[in-house]
Design a protein around this ligand. Structure first.
Ligand code: C2O
Ligand code: CU
Ligand code: CU
Length: 524
């Protein structure tokens, strides 16, 4: 379907919902925060606290994490209600060491059920924290696993069915740093808060009273929520003071929908060291890096003494007219829906007048990057992603669960917790081909696996995705093929999830499930 036709279909479908929408529209009429009030504000970038283990019993390291409500002053003089883990907003950085065994004690002190998922981590399905492991207010959840992932940055975040987008937006997400003792000698910036900075990015919108604006109305379900205030590690307008010639930024966009394209304002090159699943074979020289929600990348940039350098996000280059047009179409005088076309300031780097010389980056980061090999693939599965607006539910009993209940599909099906869509044999390698048959971009994420992107529309993956991935973008019409290996962790009845990581789409059912089955002795 062409763009105009698609837009026309959308408009028609939406106008049939017009009265419903108009009724809803009246509900959210709190005035919005005037972002010009933030001009002149600047904050030193806080470094998220590193979670300390609570105890170690017989080789099992234990962490205690409490999911809670919080209150934060993001905007000068105003209080915002938030959610967080062991802190009012977001969670601490969890330090994990490859090869060690961990147990986590999650306590739910929220007034609602939640689930906490290990995004990017290879863990048994019963500890994965998907929708099957939700736990109630006042209850606790105790996942445990050995860390098998490569050194890199991973995430933990809410996976509460129909509530993931909103809970993550309120702050139920945090970063994980996996360290591999075998890579301890790698000469890259590693001084946390000195030359190595976690950059956890969310975009928010605020009401004038400081409360978060989040309305799960039809446009938001379609487009996902985008905000006009950027928070980095929980503050607006952040800066860091560089004291070394190389600065490493661990980019972790945890917004629900916004697509970013990070670059330095003067266009200078930088080096990418990692993809979602850890180091690439060699540093990759780039001038910009597009990133979608929940993708991660560590980058290193060189700074000059005394200069000020801005990390910005520029409009996503690829085809986003659909989002732009739809956002424009749905915006009203009192309510603006955003697209990905804003240029946003993310971080200011203020270099000291004298800088310590950093050692040169290594030529190679890994001797060999081990990735699933397509030569071993025993089958290819196809997944078609669709958004069929004609299937929107005009009269949902509950807007959260049923509005798009038939509209967002993978292979013609909307998510069903009790249906396992794919059975995979442990020990097998497979090619999964995802086709975006809708008019807007989606970013697919597979739980449990770190995979290799084989090709996009028959072409090799982009330079910035030439490593292990767990999340990737698909523009309208794209077919992306990935190679995955089901290494171990067999369970006949408990599946892992795969879904669009635009969280409103996941919540509305653009999600399926795969189980890894078979005799454990087939495990590789
Ligand atoms: Cu980060 Cu199921 O997701
Ligand atoms: Cu995940
Ligand atoms: Cu999507």
């Amino acid at each position: 379907m062409g763009r105009t036709a698609a837009l026309l279909a959308a408009t028609t479908a939406l106008s049939t919902l017009g009265s419903f929408w108009a009724k809803e529209a009246k509900a959210f009429r709190l005035p919005m925060y005037d972002t010009s009030l933030l001009e002149g504000v600047s904050n030193k970038l806080p470094i998220p606290p590193i979670l300390e283990p609570s105890r170690e019993v017989e080789g099992v390291i234990e962490f205690d994490i409490e999911c809670q409500w919080g209150e934060v002053e993001f905007l000068p003089g105003l209080k915002t209600q938030t959610m967080g883990m062991n802190s009012p907003y977001l969670g601490p950085l969890i330090p994990l060491v490859k090869g060690k065994y961990y147990r986590f004690n999650f306590y739910n002190n929220l007034p609602e059920q939640t689930a906490i998922h290990w995004h990017g981590m290879h863990v048994p399905p019963e500890h994965d924290g998907g929708v099957h492991q939700a736990f109630d207010p006042g209850e606790s959840w105790h996942p445990e696993f050995e860390v098998k992932n490569n050194e890199g940055v991973y995430l933990y975040h809410t996976h509460h069915m129909h509530r993931t987008a909103e809970e993550a937006y309120y702050g139920l997400a945090g970063g994980i740093v996996v360290l591999d003792p075998e890579l301890a000698d790698l000469q890259i910036p590693k001084g946390l808060g000195v030359d190595d900075f976690p950059i956890v990015i969310q975009d928010k919108s605020f009401h004038a009273d400081g409360s978060l604006q989040y309305d799960l109305d039809i446009p938001t379900m379609l487009l996902g929520h985008r905000g006009d205030v950027i928070l980095v590690n929980g503050v607006v307008n952040p800066y860091i003071e560089a004291t070394t010639t190389f600065v490493k930024l661990r980019l972790v966009p945890v917004g629900g929908a916004r697509y970013w394209c990070f670059k330095f304002e003067d266009g200078r090159p930088f080096y990418q060291l990692t993809t979602d699943g850890g180091y690439m074979e060699k540093p990759v020289k780039l001038t910009e890096i597009p990133m979608t929600p929940a993708e991660r990348a560590e980058i290193v940039v060189e700074v000059q003494p005394g200069e000020t350098l801005n990390l910005i996000s520029v409009p996503w280059e690829q085809n986003h007219e659909y989002i732009r047009d739809l956002a424009e179409l749905m915006s009203t005088p009192e309510r603006t829906y955003l697209d990905d076309s804003q240029t946003l300031k993310i971080l200011e780097i203020r270099a000291a007048d004298e800088l310590e010389q950093s050692p040169p980056l290594p030529e190679r980061l890994l001797e060999t990057l081990v990735m699933p090999d397509e030569a071993n693939a025993v089958r290819e599965r196809e997944f078609v992603i669709e958004m069929d607006m004609m299937d929107m539910n005009e009269n949902p009993g509950d807007a959260r669960t049923a509005r798009f209940s038939q509209a967002l599909k993978i292979n013609g099906k909307t998510f069903d917790k009790d249906r396992i869509d794919e059975y995979c044999m442990v020990g097998d390698t497979e090619i999964w081909a995802f086709t975006n048959a809708s008019s807007m971009p989606h970013n697919m994420h597979l739980h449990d696996l770190s995979f290799k992107i084989l090709d996009r529309n028959g072409n090799p993956p982009e330079p910035y995705e030439m490593g292990l991935k767990d999340t990737f973008n698909m523009d309208p019409g794209d077919t992306v093929r990935v190679v995955c290996e089901f290494k171990d962790y067999v369970h006949e009845t408990l599946p892992y999830m795969y879904h669009c990581h635009i969280l409103e789409h996941e919540d509305q059912g653009m999600m399926g499930q795969f189980a890894v089955v078979g005799a454990p002795d087939r495990a590789s």
